[in-house]
Design a protein around this ligand. Structure first.
Ligand SMILES: Cc1cc2nc3c(=O)[nH]c(=O)nc-3n(C[C@H](O)[C@H](O)[C@H](O)COP(=O)(O)OP(=O)(O)OC[C@H]3O[C@@H](n4cnc5c(N)ncnc54)[C@H](O)[C@@H]3O)c2cc1C
Length: 392
């Protein structure tokens, strides 16, 4: 670990243990990982879902247990993982069947690992990377504003000034999830002036870094248990050891498909959870629910097709062709649409038992809209396709 990175770290980064951190998690059998994720979900997550929703409880122990089980490792490129995005997506799906808040936090964690292991800053593969992959260190991603900026929707909220040994950052991001004073998260900042004006740099920030302030200002209709903070940077010094890509030009195309495809797990989990809700009421209410135009089988059929498409796309996340990226966008759009529609139908099928405050269907309906508004939101995905001359 470089002196810079050690200095920037509130709690010193633990060195990876050869034969444990990387090897054990990377080589674990996917079926064993998913079996453990199922067990953790049933035993530890399900009892918490109402408190996560109603009280904003962040399921930290569950997040760490998923990490220890290998839920955040398989998608990572070597040396951290084996580029198996499907298992990471499937783990997220398992949690998302019960709670979208938690599935989103799993995406935040998995995306952070994806950034680190795709970075040319190989030192991070040995220091922070294994800890993020194992869930020992929790963290997230503040890429919503940059992803909107890169596709012509916003302007960069963070500005970076090159200084000796790194950068100083100014500006704020409205929401970054799965973080806190002990967490690491990725951001992109733009150099506003000087010889490098207009260039963009991606880097890691620590929740307790000098000049970094976290504030919990907003309350949401769902996803409250995601430890979501606004991040303010007031001349926050970021040492070169924390830089992921400088400039970002070749790096962002490399990570963008994985960023988007990994979100499928959130939607798949939502859809599966809603299918289960519809099926649960088939006994008492099937005689009338059968007249609704959308039935659980319809969602199961569409979900299977979507999973097949995502499964094909996850094999080549570094494909930089427009044709491939358009397929990724379409799949993500379809997943968000299907998630919202499944939750809408779960509510219609469950009726009043879903409409009471402790009913699952109303919670899933509120949660489901997050699949459609988290970056890239439905409207952004449609704009991206339109800009490429593609239809949705
Ligand atoms: C619960 C939750 C968690 C999130 N977690 C993350 C995260 O981890 N990382 C991340 O990068 N992004 C996060 N976001 C942001 C998210 O990814 C989307 O960017 C956001 O939902 C809006 O996207 P949109 O494309 O619909 O944009 P719009 O809603 O159309 O526009 C968004 C922009 O409008 C402004 N804006 C609108 N309403 C408000 C408001 N009430 N307060 C402040 N600004 C406002 C902001 O500048 C914002 O950038 C989170 C959002 C929510 C609701």
């Amino acid at each position: 670990m470089s002196a810079d990175l050690a200095l920037a770290t509130a709690a010193p980064l633990r060195q990876p243990q050869p034969g444990t951190d990387r090897a054990a998690s990377a080589l674990t059998d996917p079926a064993a990982i998913l079996a453990q994720v199922d067990a953790i979900t049933a035993r530890d997550l399900v009892p918490l879902v109402r408190a996560i929703d109603a009280e904003g409880l962040y399921p930290e122990d569950v997040m760490r247990a998923y990490g220890a089980a290998g839920a955040y490792v398989r998608h990572l490129p070597a040396p951290g993982g084996v580029m198996d995005l499907d298992t990471t997506i499937a783990a997220m799906t398992r949690a998302g069947r019960e709670c979208l808040s938690t599935a989103f936090c799993m995406w935040c964690q998995s995306a952070l690992g994806w950034y680190i292991y795709n970075s040319d800053n190989t030192e991070l593969h040995e220091t922070l990377g294994p800890q993020v992959a194992s869930g020992a260190v929790l963290g997230g991603t503040g890429l919503s504003n940059p992803m909107k900026t890169l596709f012509g929707i916003e302007t960069m909220k963070l500005k970076a000034t090159p200084v000796d040994g790194g950068f100083t950052l100014r500006g704020s991001l409205p929401w970054v999830s799965n973080i806190g004073p002990d967490a690491w998260f990725a951001v992109i900042a733009e150099i506003p002036e000087g010889a490098r004006a207009g260039q963009r740099v991606m880097m890691l920030l620590h929740g307790s870094g000098a000049g970094v302030k976290l504030a919990a200002n907003d309350h949401f209709v769902a996803l409250e248990g995601t430890r979501t903070f606004s991040v303010q940077c007031r001349d926050a010094f970021v040492p070169a050891a924390q830089v992921l890509a400088d400039p970002i030009n070749a790096y962002v195309p490399k990570i963008r498909a994985g960023f988007i495809l990994l979100q499928s797990g959130m939607a798949f989990g939502m859809i599966e959870g809603c299918i289960a809700l519809m099926e649960q009421v088939r006994g008492p209410l099937g005689h009338v629910n059968q007249h609704l135009p959308d039935q659980p089988e319809h969602f199961a059929e569409k979900l299977a097709a979507l999973k097949a498409e995502v499964g094909a796309l996850t094999k080549t996340p570094y494909d930089l062709s427009d044709a491939y990226f358009a397929r990724v966008i379409r799949a993500r759009l379809a997943a968000g649409d299907l998630a919202v529609n499944a939750a809408h139908n779960a509510m219609l099928h469950c009726g009043a038992r879903g409409y009471v405050t402790h009913g699952a269907a109303q919670r899933r309906l509120r949660e489901s809209y997050f699949c459609a508004i988290v970056t890239p939101a439905t409207k952004q995905l449609r704009k991206m396709l339109a800009d490429m001359g593609e239809t949705a």
